[in-house]
Design a protein around this ligand. Structure first.
Ligand code: ACM
Length: 262
């Protein structure tokens, strides 16, 4: 299965320009699954909840999902992308898994980062894994990396690939995702953005370094910190099904949850 990551520098509030950027970066590459960053078409630093709501869309009726389905149809692929989702008077930092036929899955960020708590409602859907026929794909978003339970839950629910749209500002995540991959024996694919936003009197500098990590913790491919770029990589998702570590151990089977209660 060919997995593609696209690392962008979104322009705040310019959905069409940000769509074009993804189309251009991926134009010459064929992937079965494309993964784009968190809030990929809006930008990140909303001034307040009203602005997050203004740029939010219904899933899957809104223009971002319509465009993404067209992208999947044109390219005969699946795609994961982060967006601001409106549902009645709620607004979520969300991600969708799209196919040429339509929406396959959605996720609403459970662990909101920093001032996101002022802008979004906390996610209210369980960590979910979607069987696409080509791979079982689990979704988490950016700061979820800081909570090992996120990746663990997805892995226990059968994910072979964790698709991880991100807008990272701290330097630790890329290293942490090596551990998330290793401790769960899953592929972890983090699609990050680059660039800066200065919309609220502070500088948000995004760290790039998008990467795909193998179940054995090897970073198979990673991007620069300062370039808009896309790459594709051929992986075998079944590699994530073997949870054995040597002849005696198993990263899932050897768990002792009866000793883990706080
Ligand atoms: C983040 O969760 N966007 C840092």
């Amino acid at each position: 299965m060919i997995v593609g990551l696209v690392q962008t520098a979104p322009q705040f509030g310019d959905r069409l320009a940000n769509q074009k950027q993804i189309e251009n970066l991926t134009a010459d590459l064929d992937a079965d699954l494309w993964i784009a960053p968190e809030l990929a078409l809006t930008g990140y630093e909303f001034r307040n909840r009203a602005e997050a709501m203004e740029l939010a869309e219904e899933v899957p009726a809104g223009p971002t999902c319509v465009w993404l389905q067209d992208f999947c149809r044109d390219r005969n692929c699946l795609a994961v992308l982060g967006l601001s989702e409106r549902d009645g008077d709620k607004v979520y930092n969300a991600a969708v898994l799209m196919s040429p036929e339509g929406l396959l899955g959605r996720y609403r960020k459970i662990h909101l980062f920093d001032a996101e708590k002022l802008r979004f409602d906390p996610g209210n859907l369980p960590f979910s894994v979607f069987d696409t026929g080509k791979a079982r794909i689990g979704l988490m978003i950016c700061f979820d990396w800081r909570f090992p339970e996120a990746a663990r839950t997805l892995a226990l629910r059968g994910a072979q690939i964790i698709a991880h749209p991100s807008n990272l500002v701290m330097p630790f995540c890329q290293k942490a995702m090596v551990t998330r991959a290793l401790e769960n024996n899953v592929f972890c694919a983090t699609a990050n953005r680059i660039g800066e936003e200065r919309r609220t009197g502070r500088i948000m500098k995004f760290t790039g370094g998008s990467q795909i990590v193998a179940p054995d913790g090897e970073v198979l491919r990673s991007c620069a910190c300062d370039a808009t770029v896309a790459f594709i990589l051929d992986i075998d998702p079944r590699q994530a099904d073997n949870k054995k570590v040597g002849p005696y151990n198993n990263v899932h089977g050897d768990r002792r949850p009866e000793f883990y209660a706080p």
